[in-house]
Design a protein around this ligand. Structure first.
Ligand code: FPP
Length: 240
């Protein structure tokens, strides 16, 4: 069975999960953390190489202050409580996004967790924070423009391959499977460049209820899909 090398997930539905239980939204995020734990463990067991989770988008700053504050606290607590276990299990943690906007202490802890787990090889866990797909592409363009101005890169050398190599996650396998939970059928400015050939899978399950069985259902669907990369079905079958 074909296992996706790289899975990316938009973890949507925490707020609704809480509201349905007449609980504050922040409790939905807290419950969502349990689903993160279960998903990381299951990906590791199934041999997925990279898992990329959308934890906080560039647009999430516009949520009510209380909710943003609760999410920040959750990230700090998760860094304290989860990193030991992740490290023990061989997970390499990587935060992707513009870390500059975070509280200096939180950004320092994120960098420390990345440094501590940098040698691990069981699973690469990318947590996208203050991330936006358009930001990612524009930061790659800015880096190349600066290199061109310094005379280090020729304008003619700037092509898809070179730009792609300056986007986040470029050194990891391409995203094979893009999952969004919570019933919305949107990409919402998550990995725009990286999902060019990803299989998209939308689940009605709210993120806190997303478990190993739900992930297996997504992986099974992925395994049944025919990935053609622009070729015809007959061509794909001929080349195996
Ligand atoms: C979207 O649900 C979810 C988020 C904006 C936050 C995701 C954060 C977690 C799952 C917390 C734990 C994460 C880590 C990495 C420790 P929503 O609030 O938009 O839900 P709604 O659509 O039902 O309102």
């Amino acid at each position: 069975m074909s296992i996706p090398r790289h899975i990316a997930i938009v973890m949507d539905g925490n707020g609704r999960w809480a509201q349905r239980r007449h609980l504050p939204r922040k409790l939905g995020h807290r419950e969502g953390q349990k689903a993160v734990r279960a998903t990381v463990e299951h990906c590791r067991q199934r041999g997925v190489e990279s898992l990329t989770l959308f934890a906080f988008s560039s647009e999430n700053w516009s949520r009510p202050d209380e909710e943003v504050g609760a999410l920040m606290q959750l990230f700090v607590k998760a860094l304290d409580s989860e990193v030991d276990e992740l490290h023990r299990n061989g997970v390499r943690l990587n935060f992707v996004g513009d870390l500059e906007r975070f509280d200096a202490e939180l950004a320092t802890r994120m960098r420390a967790a990345m440094a501590r787990t940098a040698g691990n090889t069981a699973l690469r866990l990318n947590i996208a924070v203050n991330y936006g797909g358009r930001w990612d592409i524009s930061q790659a363009a800015r880096t190349l423009a600066a290199a061109a101005l310094r005379g280090e890169v020729a304008i003619e050398a700037i092509d898809e391959d070179l730009l792609g190599r300056h986007t986040c996650l470029a050194e990891q396998a391409p995203v094979d499977l893009f999952i969004r939970t919570g019933g919305e059928v949107r990409v919402s400015n998550f990995l725009l460049w990286q999902i060019a050939y990803a299989e998209l899978y939308f689940s009605p399950v709210l993120w806190p209820d997303f478990d190993a069985a739900a992930l297996d259902a997504a992986i099974d669907t992925f395994a049944r899909r025919e990935r053609r990369y622009g070729q015809t079905s007959a061509q794909v079958r001929a080349t195996g």
